[in-house]
Write a protein that binds this ligand. Structure first.
Ligand code: NAD
Length: 405
């Protein structure tokens, strides 16, 4: 049967296998077509991406493999298709990346497992030793609702909640285009602590320790973890909420890693908001991101995941000249790399905030790019991807993309 998207309340419960393959290859083609490619001098020679299968991690792996020609190890938590169910999105992405790397002659290995576990770290160290890899770039790009602490065995769950007063904000259903008010109660102290455990920097530091102890981390390696700041109107739910606390912990971890491992370049990179499977259900985000996209597209500076990471490597982390020296990589006053700068230009943000103040269902399409948000959301689930025949039958084993990537 052909497969159609099944969406309710901004949640899509199915995913189209062929769309992932095509969309992943589009990212590969984007990087491969960028001229000139990244400079060879100072380029990483072995890259580990933790959380490599979707979103920013996938883009980080693709940009490393096709911009630098670097061998990559990608770790993620994905499920293969079965006789009755399609695989998870990242499973198809991983397969498409591996096939594209094989065609280009760039070594790539993908491991599946729980990145938070000691076992996953040991497997990556063993693989690196076997293949003779010494990582000089480690990208930490996990987004997870849960984490089992390997030291205690306790399962921690993260929440997106405000700290302090309850949050009320407008949100849009991007399919019906209905604007509604949403309310989220404030987090308890325990919920804050759990969210920091899951999305803070503890596990990032454990990865660096494990790679160092295993002898597979280059002395002057660079490591990145990703963060988000966003506009002031989202701060009560994001930056000043539970996730913001976790991101503060990530900032502290970057400083601590630099102190503990002299020679290691450790940064948090603040990236732009993009449409992901989860972001559509966070109040304010669909309305804000749709408005931001409209303003940025009008100004000609809209970027997707792979364009952001391409610029992060090219203009920041591996910029020619003095930035080869880790101490000279351009950062903000907090020591973070800001690749969200285009979206956060003062004029652009003021325009977004002014529009959001008087947005209604009647003028939604004029002031915001809900259609762009909807298309990106569908693409994240393998739908609305150019060049895919959505009328084609999907094989019963959901593995129709086999051999085509
Ligand atoms: P995503 O959901 O697209 O990707 C998360 C990755 O983590 C996937 O590869 C998934 O397989 C992997 N993963 C999750 N749990 C795992 C586990 N236990 N073991 C192994 N792998 C696991 O997420 P994303 O939106 O790309 O976010 C990545 C990072 O970028 C996060 O820190 C996020 O806060 C940050 N960020 C995202 C945005 C945005 O708008 N999406 C903006 C700025 C920063």
């Amino acid at each position: 049967m052909p497969m159609k998207p099944m969406v309710r309340n901004n949640i899509c419960i199915n995913a189209h296998p062929l769309g992932y393959e095509r969309e992943t290859l589009r990212q590969v083609e984007y990087v491969a077509a960028r001229k000139p490619l990244y400079p060879k001098e100072g380029a990483p020679k072995a890259v580990l991406v933790v959380g490599a299968s979707t979103g920013y991690g996938l883009a980080s792996r693709i940009a490393a493999a096709f911009g630098f020609g670097a061998p990559t190890v990608g770790l993620s938590f994905e499920k293969a298709p079965s006789a009755t169910k399609p695989g998870t999105p990242g499973w198809y992405n991983n397969r498409a990346v591996e096939a594209a790397c094989a065609r280009a002659g760039v070594p790539a290995w993908t491991l599946d497992g729980d990145a938070f576990s000691a076992e996953a770290k040991a497997r990556v160290v063993a693989l690196a030793k076997e293949k003779g890899l010494v990582f000089d770039l480690v990208v930490y790009s996990l987004a997870s609702p849960v984490r089992t602490d390997p030291a205690t065995g306790v399962l921690h769950k993260s929440v997106i909640k405000p700290i302090g007063p309850a949050y009320r904000g407008r949100t849009v259903d991007v399919f019906t285009e209905a604007i509604t008010e949403a309310e989220i109660q404030s987090a308890t102290a325990a919920e804050i602590a759990h969210t920091v455990k899951v999305m803070g920097g503890e596990d990032w530091a454990l990865w660096i320790e494990a790679l160092k102890a295993g002898g597979v981390l280059a002395p002057a390696a660079r490591t990145l973890a990703y963060s988000y700041v966003g506009p002031s109107l989202s701060w009560p739910i994001y930056r000043d909420g539970t996730i913001g606390r976790a991101k503060e912990h990530l900032d502290e971890t970057a400083k601590e890693l630099r102190r503990r491992f002299p020679g290691l370049g450790a940064w948090v990179s603040v990236n732009k908001a993009l449409v992901t499977r989860a972001s559509a259900v966070i109040p304010i985000i669909p309305l804000y991101v749709s408005t931001l996209f409209k303003v940025m597209k009008e100004r000609g500076n809209h970027e997707d995941c792979v364009a952001q990471i391409d610029r992060l490597y090219r203009d920041r982390l591996y910029a020619p000249g003095p930035a080869r020296d880790a101490a000279a990589v351009a950062t903000d006053a907090e020591g973070r790399i800001r690749i969200d700068d285009l979206g956060n230009s003062p004029g652009g943000q003021a325009e977004v905030e002014a529009r959001m103040a008087h947005i209604t269902e009647a003028n939604l399409r004029e002031l915001a790019d809900v259609e762009g948000f909807r298309d990106d959301f569908l693409r994240v689930h393998g739908f609305a991807v150019d060049g895919v025949d959505y009328e084609a039958e999907i094989a019963p084993d959901y593995d129709q993309a086999g051999g085509r990537a």
